[in-house]
Design a protein around this ligand. Structure first.
Ligand code: FAD
Length: 307
């Protein structure tokens, strides 16, 4: 029986595992990969301590740090997916896709999230070639260019406002006539001379050669297909947390993120903690995920000492 099962090897999981090793908590870290979502990023410019690091380089740094401290205290189970998690008399059992069972007194869920993808022809082909899912990461690469934002929620409008600082123009497309975003945020965007808003429209195709050259969309009022000449397309169509295996065991919010106490990252179930993008934390960033992973681990350590 392990002291702790960590599910996920992104910044939250790796940060927690490093602290677990230093505190001598017998831990198994089960993950599909080490690094997390931003591994695909060409340049991360806000990881504290490094002005710019490639996503894959950051993943290597995580692995190097983990290898330096883990000894035989933290066991790595790589390329494995947890498919179910169950409560037992002694603690918890995580079952993986390949049929292995791992037991632990406590569990830290740090399985992150995936972005809801743009599902039109060309979107997959041009991902990271103009189609992007992270404005704070890739926004500056589109300085002085015409870009589109897809999504009329707060994330879409906040992305648009962020991009207006660099881009030549920002066009926001939204499926409905009414916006989901806060009125104040919508107004702020509307007031900007380089902002254009297209409600009641839906993207139909991403056009490009080596990189994106434009976006085709349907005007839902007239059913007409129109073209927008843009070189960047920022998709803000929501996130999908990787929490299916924990449903029924911990309380989730309306979009299936794990509800946590922000003081200590505890979930609704005693013995299970969660941190990072799989939780209802408001902000999704590497530094925040790592910090919340550490916060959880500190609390797990005290809990284990008491039980
Ligand atoms: C393209 C892109 C670029 C980004 N760039 C930046 C940036 O520049 N700066 C910044 O601060 N933030 C950036 N972000 C956001 C940042 O990557 C996330 O906030 C951060 O990765 C969240 O960390 P996490 O540990 O919570 O989860 P994740 O990074 O999502 O990691 C989850 C981990 O869990 C594993 N996993 C998932 N499900 C299971 C399962 N069932 N069983 C086992 N393992 C599982 C995954 O393989 C992964 O290792 C970017 C995001 C994207 C998508």
């Amino acid at each position: 029986m392990n002291d702790l099962i960590i599910i996920g090897g992104g910044p939250a999981g790796v940060a927690a595992a490093i602290y677990a090793a230093r505190k001598h908590l017998q831990t198994v870290l089960i993950t599909e990969e080490i690094g997390g979502q931003s591994t695909v990023s060409e340049g991360i410019e806000n990881w504290i301590g490094s002005p710019k690091v490639h996503g894959q380089e950051l993943a290597k740094m995580f692995r190097t740090h983990l290898d330096a401290v883990k000894s035989d205290i933290v066991r790595l189970v790589l390329h494995e997916r947890v498919e179910s998690l169950a409560k037992t008399a002694e603690g918890f059992t995580a079952m993986t896709k390949s049929g292995n069972a791992y037991t632990g007194k406590t569990v830290l869920i740090v399985s992150g999230a995936g972005r809801r993808k743009l599902d039109v022809p060309g979107a997959e082909k041009f991902e990271n070639k103009g189609v992007t899912y992270c404005a704070s990461c890739d926004g500056p690469l589109f300085a002085d260019m015409d870009v589109a934002v897809i999504g009329g929620g707060n994330a879409g409008f906040e992305t648009a406002l962020q991009l207006l600082a660099y881009a030549k123009s920002v066009t926001l497309l939204h499926r409905h006539k009414e916006f989901k975003a806060d009125a104040v945020t919508v107004e702020k965007a509307r007031e900007h001379p380089n902002m254009r808003i297209l409600p009641h429209t839906e993207p139909t195709e991403v056009m490009g050669e080596q990189f994106v050259t434009g976006l085709k969309y349907r005007d839902k009022d007239t059913d007409e297909i129109k073209e927008l000449p843009v070189t960047g397309i920022f998709v803000e169509a929501g996130v999908l947390p990787n929490t299916g295996f924990a449903a029924g065991l911990v309380e989730l919010d309306e979009v299936k993120r794990i509800k946590t106490d922000p003081h200590n990252q505890r979930t609704s179930t005693e013995g299970i903690w969660a941190a990072g993008d799989c939780t209802d934390e408001l902000y999704h960033q590497n530094n925040i995920a790592a910090g919340d992973g550490v916060k959880a681990l500190e609390d797990i350590y005290l809990w284990i000492k008491k039980h």
